[in-house]
Write a protein that binds this ligand. Structure first.
Ligand SMILES: *[C@@H]1O[C@H](CO)[C@@H](O)[C@H](O)[C@H]1NC(C)=O
Ligand SMILES: *[C@@H]1O[C@H](CO)[C@@H](O)[C@H](O)[C@H]1NC(C)=O
Ligand SMILES: *[C@@H]1O[C@H](CO)[C@@H](O)[C@H](O)[C@H]1NC(C)=O
Length: 276
């Protein structure tokens, strides 16, 4: 089922990319820099927004003026991905010292013609979300190396996306293979699997009591950083919802020579720590 879905999605992406012009990395870097400034100031107008821009948080469309982007936030650290093929950008914001701490993943779509942002959607996590700890997130993300991969060692978009898809697919069937590196660490909320040994592979997910179909995947892929962010649904986790109902989640994955090196997962809960 998942494979069929992925295959169909791949075909539709292929068709879409024939009609959408590519964006330059410089254009997308301006977008993510402006996004970080806008979020810090609580002024979305600092972004070059299309007049028809859509805005959503945690899979819920809302007025950008009432969104978290209209609040002032002290940003301690951020990482951004730039997808020149899909004309999309992604930023992870860690706000640990802000009066209201957050970890936010934001995906933006950009019009190739004029560089304006046409869609913004965020997974916004704060206290009570899945193992949320912005202090821990800040500490561990700063230990990691997400520098550009030397040009002759880069993986293709397909390899990078396939690695992240395999990681998510395995939640539904623990026997499926996942290309994890011998060094692999997951930053889950503010919890770090590599805390004891950053040189070991601690990324393997425990097998879930029920197959987890992490669907509704939306990708931003950056071959230069060997990275992809996947926005996805995470069913079962929130105890107060029916098990098939998903909560919003995002997985930012770094791939080196085809193997997963880091995963940053943030997941929104309805009740504190998803009732677990
Ligand atoms: C929104 O505006 C952009 C140009 O800024 C355009 O490329 C896009 O097609 C528009 N989208 C819709 C749904 O009208
Ligand atoms: C959050 O993470 C920091 C840094 O790793 C740690 O010192 C602190 O105890 C954690 N807080 C909680 C509530 O787990
Ligand atoms: C960390 O893990 C690596 C790879 O499994 C292993 O070779 C090394 O001995 C471990 N280091 C410690 C201090 O346990």
């Amino acid at each position: 089922m998942i494979h069929l879905h992925t295959a169909l999605f791949g075909i539709s992406l292929g068709l879409v990319s024939q009609v959408i012009a590519e964006c330059s990395r410089a254009t997308l870097q301006e977008v993510t820099a402006a996004y970080v400034r806008a979020q810090a100031a609580g002024q979305p107008g600092l972004l070059n927004l299309a007049s028809n821009v859509s805005y959503a948080e945690n899979d819920t469309p809302m007025d950008i003026k009432t969104g978290v982007i209209s609040q002032t936030i002290t940003i301690d650290f951020s990482r951004s991905l730039h997808d020149t093929v899909e004309c999309a950008a992604f930023t992870e914001i860690t706000a640990a010292t802000s009066p209201h701490p957050y970890v936010i993943h934001t995906r933006m779509l950009v019009a190739a013609a004029d560089g304006r942002v046409t869609a913004i959607e965020s997974v916004v996590t704060d206290e009570g979300d899945w193992v949320f700890n912005a202090t821990g997130h800040l500490y561990w993300t700063q230990q990691e190396n997400w520098n550009p991969i030397p040009a002759d060692q880069r993986d293709s978009r397909e390899t990078i996306q396939a690695a992240a898809d395999a990681y998510l697919d395995q939640w539904a069937d623990s026997t499926l293979p996942v290309p994890l590196g011998t060094s692999c660490a997951r930053l889950e909320g503010g919890m770090y699997t590599g805390e004891r040994n950053a040189s070991a592979n601690t990324c393997r997910m425990p097998s879930f009591p029920t197959p987890i179909l992490a669907g509704n995947r939306r990708y931003v892929i950056d071959e230069a950083l060997g990275a992809v962010d996947v926005f996805n649904g995470f069913p079962w986790l929130e105890r107060t919802l029916p098990p098939e109902e998903a909560v919003p989640s995002s997985n930012m994955v770094r791939v080196e020579r085809g193997l997963i090196r880091y995963v940053h997962e943030i997941t929104v809960c309805v009740t504190a720590r998803c009732g677990r």
